[in-house]
Write a protein that binds this ligand. Sequence first.
Ligand code: NAD
Length: 408
Amino acid sequence: MKGPNEKRKIVCVLYDDPVEGYPPKYARDSIPTLAAYPDGQLMPSPSGIDFSPGDLLGCVSGELGLRSFLEERGHKFVVMSDKDGADSAFEKELVDADVVISQPFWPAYLTSERIAKAPELKMAITAGIGSDHVDLQAAIDKNITVCEVTFCNSISVSEHTVMMILALVRDYIPQYDWVIKGGWNIADAVARSYDVEGMSIGILGAGRIGFAVLKRMKPFDVELHYTDRHRLPAEVEKEFELTFHEDVESLVQACDIVSIHCPLHPETEHLFDQKLISRMKRGSYIVNTARGKICDRDAVAKALETGHLAGYAGDVWFPQPPPRDHPWRRMPHHAMTPHTSGTSLTAQARYAAGVREILECWFDGKPIRDEYLIVQGGKLAGAGAHSYSEGDATGGSDEAVQFKTKDQ
Ligand code: NAD
């Protein structure tokens, strides 16, 4: 067991730099400064930061702005993007790592096999929200702390979700395409275009993101529905005119648009399978900015092909990166993005500061905020105890290696 002043090895997996090189030229000179999160939770509060908010921090050269802080304290900081496969830089560096930092956008999957290869590992930090890329059961069993920067990008994701609901229902992307193609094909462009007004919108998981989506959609004069294992207070339901459903089956049958905002854990893995999707009204839309694996890949593609679903959008895939022949890249009527909703430049400033706050607490022997905890002391804790169930959802993540090895 290392003492408080001993050097630690921090392994950090980040996505690649921009193809045009780093640093990029920024579109804006600053980002807004926020006082607190919408529920009053305090913003990340490290002792200081060594980056300019608004800079690209989530890629390899951005280093989450952590290098000088860690090296001044004498720790070893190793940053890489090569994360998949037995010969990856990540798997080599993992063997003596004390801490692993990873972002859900480019997840360093910490399977039980990898955890077994990392005897020194004490903590896995998610620079973002959603720690399903870690085998949480193995972390529980090995007493590894898993934590994330709760709320750092919840509003970012809710904004992306609203954009996707509008893009799907109004059929924005094909209309944009007609402009690029030099056409003026109004009839083609509107043949699948509807108004959102009056539709029923259902939220699975009315936590930080799901509730923010409900709030943002209310002014569109829609009917708002939700289900969650924790029911919202009666006064909140009344204020936002929310209809609560006991289960997801009831929710999907009542709605035109279903937006998924629960974490991925054994209860939610492949929840949207052929059976559940078949219960949705013909012409429904699904938006999934939670985790790709909550939906069955082939069931979604098939429902779009048959026309049972009118559209599917989201920014989460499984595995990540998805193979270049993943069906969601080419299925009809989708509005997919790569996993970007939670890594806007604005969000990066918050989660980089939050990771530093977590590291400072850990080095200095101070408690990590309860709301940042997913696993601690051999059990689900904090936000993890509220929103996850025990078990592992990383199965199949080794297929991420296909992105770099498969001939395209
Ligand atoms: P949160 O913990 O505030 O909310 C999650 C909600 O889901 C909770 O209210 C919880 O009770 C509910 N829930 C959990 N399991 C459920 C189940 N089986 N049935 C019904 N409800 C269930 O978290 P959040 O900040 O809103 O984030 C939610 C998820 O969104 C994350 O776990 C992550 O997977 C995803 N996320 C994605 C991005 C992105 O960039 N696309 C960014 C942040 C978070």
